[in-house]
Design a binder for this molecule. Sequence first.
Ligand code: GLV
Length: 320
Amino acid sequence: MSRPKVFVTQRFFPEALDLLRQKAEVEGGVADEPLSREELLSAVSDIDGLLTLLVNRIDREIIDRANRLKIIANCAVGYDNIDVAYCREKGILVTNTPGVLTEATADLTWALILAVARKIPQADRYTRQGLFRGWQLDLFLGQEIYGQNLGIIGFGRIGRAVARRALGFGLKIFYFDPQRLSPEEEAHLQVNYLPLDELLKTADIITIHASLNPSSYHLINREKISLMKKEAILINVARGPIVDEKALAEALKNGQIFGAGLDVYEGEPEIYKELLSLDNVVLLPHIGSATRTTRMKMAMTAVRNLLQGLSGQKPDNLVW
Ligand code: GLV
């Protein structure tokens, strides 16, 4: 029987490609930049498996072109870049990489919370510029973290890992999720449920860990931002379109909230221009899960899913 043919859309770890090559003919895996639409369309026409990154938009046109495709393995926990419903209709398996990136993403969330609250990037720039002339009582005054209210939007694996860390920082934890936990689970995790509007009014630090879907698109819009406290900090490490970037930029500019930390953007890699000139927002290039260990685990998980699907097994991380 001939070996299945797999296409890898972008540069990938050699260790993971080696594993894939043991069982499949592998093409791609070298491009530094995301493929153009034309390149992707021509690459998928005669393959059995596709290994994607979250920058690859896999829509109907691509899926229709891929008439031999059995499985798409996305190397990410989010899979809003793939038309999963259409894949399902066509019998194409879709997998993601949940679990392995939970702790690294929760760590990065806390890095952003601390960076915004304590003005770390601004203070670093100031120090490098040689402006530090000695201790001052009111130099870079930030926001207190201990004893504050944390509001977590989306209480899945990552939201819960953020909550676990929050206990160590002495915060009171509130969460909003379409699925409320049982009273026993809430007591065990030491968290309190609040409806979204109440959470936005109560929290000093608000952090988003929801998946992107039609019901979470612009979940945080102008009206929701207007409910937040003047000292509030908003963190988004989930998906950009959950926040209306224009409304957020306006609120930050007008001092309506204290600050924001963003790892994701509405039109990635474009960033709403206004945000770039504001000092009260910390901007990162979508590195939530970016530790070597975690990214390697994600790559290996994606390869394992792909090989399982190609060999007729049910992949571990099927999303439908
Ligand atoms: C990163 O954003 C991921 O979905 O894994």
